[in-house]
Write a protein that binds this ligand. Structure first.
Ligand SMILES: Nc1ncnc2c1ncn2[C@@H]1O[C@H](COP(=O)(O)OP(=O)(O)OP(=O)(O)O)[C@@H](O)[C@H]1O
Ligand SMILES: [Mg+2]
Length: 378
């Protein structure tokens, strides 16, 4: 656990870069430091590995005051990746990744194995890249090597300052996804600096939003979107926060479980009377257990002889469990349907998300007009 306690940084020219900031980062969590340029993110981060000395306050790692620790030891146990990458140009990819292992006197074989492992983890072929020099790499590849290097000696803590900052949005998105997967596996305690709200929401377990050296709000991404503490947070999060919160939620958060279903070979007369009695305009059709087949619409039942299969519409799309609600909504809009079946990886029906449910869910995440969380004005 990393604990910041009333941490203040005043630079020698009098600039108050960080003012009395306190928060805690749990082991295995990724904490994003977020805020506009100059708000003190990098300064806060660099005080954790003492690249910048603290003016006042304390930073503890697992209850140990970092001021009492040996500076070099401290840095060797904290991985560090920065936007400008900072790869050593005269060293191969392999030697770059092995920087800290070299400082730790690992033997040659262990270092090579580690470099191979990390490149593979970052989705780069060791045979192709280990012996290359940084100038022979693309921007995105350099960033990956930078991240691999920061993971070199398997440090429990990682500091990452806009590690994906200097690359095109598409590669960046992919690197973020890859990194989320890697983090699930390696479970490091990470401080991740960005000024990009979308990146913060996507990556963070917690987000520390700063302004002019102060910590304004420290919460989960969902809370940041749903319960902004004041106008600054709301403005920073942006007016499309509804859509942003849909990216955070999954279809299973909004779906009704066990919707009413009919089978392909059910009699139309029976189905028609169920729809009549229960005032339904459609029903989901399944086969073999609960495998999604499609829909039957009330208006398509012209004659009551025959079976469901005669008049049903084949499935017009479904979302797998784990799909974000934003993606789910996109499917609904693209296919012009108001109901989205949710299936598991085998196509078995799990539930249904309706447009109405989605609307009320979005309503619940809005709190500023007299909702659950009273607004704090500043
Ligand atoms: N060495 C320094 N001496 C004096 N002032 C500094 C120094 N380094 C940073 N500052 C100032 O401290 C404040 C915080 O800087 P910091 O680099 O922490 O911001 P940041 O949030 O990381 O910004 P960015 O998003 O632009 O990287 C700024 O006003 C900056 O000008
Ligand atoms: Mg910075």
């Amino acid at each position: 656990m990393i604990t910041l306690e009333n941490v203040t940084k005043t630079y020698s020219d009098g600039t108050e870069a960080v003012k009395g900031v306190s928060f805690e980062i749990k082991d295995g969590n990724l904490c994003v430091l977020l805020g506009p340029s100059g708000c003190g993110k990098t300064t806060t981060m660099k005080m954790i590995n003492r690249l910048i000395p603290i003016t006042e306050g304390n930073i503890y790692i697992d209850s140990k005051d970092t001021k009492t620790m040996d500076e070099n030891e401290l840095r060797r146990d904290i991985g560090y990746a920065i936007q400008e990458i900072g790869l050593f140009p005269h060293m191969t990819v392999k030697d770059n990744i092995a920087t800290v292992p070299t400082l730790k006197n690992w033997d040659k074989e262990k270092k090579e194995k580690r470099a191979e492992e990390l490149l593979t983890l970052m989705g780069m072929d060791p045979d192709e890249f280990l012996e290359k020099y940084p100038t022979e790499l693309s921007g995105g590849q350099k960033q990956r090597v930078g991240v691999a290097r920061s993971l070199g000696a398997d440090p429990p803590i990682m500091l990452m300052d806009e590690p994906f900052g200097a690359i095109d949005p598409i590669t960046r998105d992919r690197l973020q996804d890859e990194f989320i997967n890697i983090q699930e596996e390696i479970q490091k305690t990470i401080v991740f600096v960005t000024h990009d709200i979308n990146e913060a929401i996507k990556m963070g377990d917690k987000v520390a939003l700063m302004k002019d050296g102060e910590l304004i709000q420290y919460s989960t991404p969902a809370e940041l979107l749903a319960a902004a503490k004041n106008k600054f947070v709301r403005d920073f999060v942006g007016s499309d926060r509804t859509l942003k919160s849909l990216r955070l939620m999954k279809v299973e958060d909004a779906m009704k479980k066990s919707p009413r279903v009919v089978r392909k070979d059910d009699d139309l007369s029976e189905v028609a009377s169920i729809m009549e009695e229960e005032d339904l305009t459609y029903l989901i059709v399944v086969e073999d257990g609960r495998k999604l087949k499609g829909w039957i619409n009330r208006q398509d039942i012209e004659s009551e002889s025959g079976v469901v299969e005669d008049v049903m519409s084949e499935s017009t799309g479904a979302a797998e469990l784990g799909t974000s609600l934003a993606e789910g909504l996109t499917i609904m809009l693209e296919r012009d349907v108001a109901n989205l079946p949710v299936v598991d990886e085998y196509g078995t029906l799990q539930g249904i998300v309706t447009f109405n449910d989605l609307q009320s869910l979005i309503g619940e995440t809005y709190t500023e007009r007299g909702g659950k969380h009273p607004e704090v004005t500043q």
